[in-house]
Design a protein around this ligand. Structure first.
Ligand code: PRP
Length: 173
């Protein structure tokens, strides 16, 4: 049986919100360079769109982490699959994620990156599911708080499909 996708947040609304968050980040980092860390794979679409809306100097790096969980929830055990290419020491780092769910991935990642002595470390996410939180994570920039539904699009997948949807949708089985 194949699934259908119900639109939750339109392409226009996502674009508008990313512009707003980009402007806010530009104001907050005025006079500095922001070093974006894109968490693969899901964060890649949001990172690219966000980077285009930031008007202070931007540099980019990529990291891939994996949780040993099933398809729809993470287990809490996180490992680094691909580490950063460059040192973050002394940099103003902004982690960019597609979604924060239990918070386990980000709470682990923040602890790891803090130990590398960045000048500052903040977190930006496209989507947040606060009601699913298991680990407390301080999120500095949130585009949308969403209910506990299985979402796809804008980097988020269902069995590796739908990452390329230009809007956020809910999977209906
Ligand atoms: C998603 C998302 C976060 C994590 C959030 O990644 O990009 O990294 O799950 O879940 P948590 O708050 O419960 O830890 P996923 O493991 O699906 O990998 P992907 O981005 O490669 O699809």
């Amino acid at each position: 049986m194949s699934e259908t996708i119900r639109q939750l947040i339109s392409e226009e609304d996502v674009d508008k919100k990313i512009r707003e968050i980009g402007e806010q980040i530009s104001r907050d980092y005025e006079g500095r360079q922001v070093h974006l860390i894109c968490v693969l794979k899901g964060g890649v679409f949001f990172t690219c769109e966000l980077a285009k809306r930031i008007n202070v100097p931007v540099s980019l790096d990529f990291m891939s982490v994996s949780s040993y969980g099933d398809d729809t929830s993470s287990s809490g055990v996180v490992r680094i699959v691909k580490d950063l290419d460059e040192s973050i020491e002394g940099k103003d780092v902004l982690i960019v994620e597609d979604i924060i769910d239990s918070g386990r991935t980000l709470s682990y990642l923040i602890e790891v990156l803090k130990q590398r002595n960045p000048n500052s470390l903040r977190l930006c996410t496209l989507l947040d599911k606060p009601e699913r939180r298991v680990k407390d994570v301080n999120v500095d920039y949130v585009c949308f708080n969403i209910p506990d539904e299985f979402v796809v699009g804008y980097g988020l997948d269902y069995a590796q499909k739908y990452r390329n949807l230009p809007y956020i949708g809910v999977v209906e089985l």
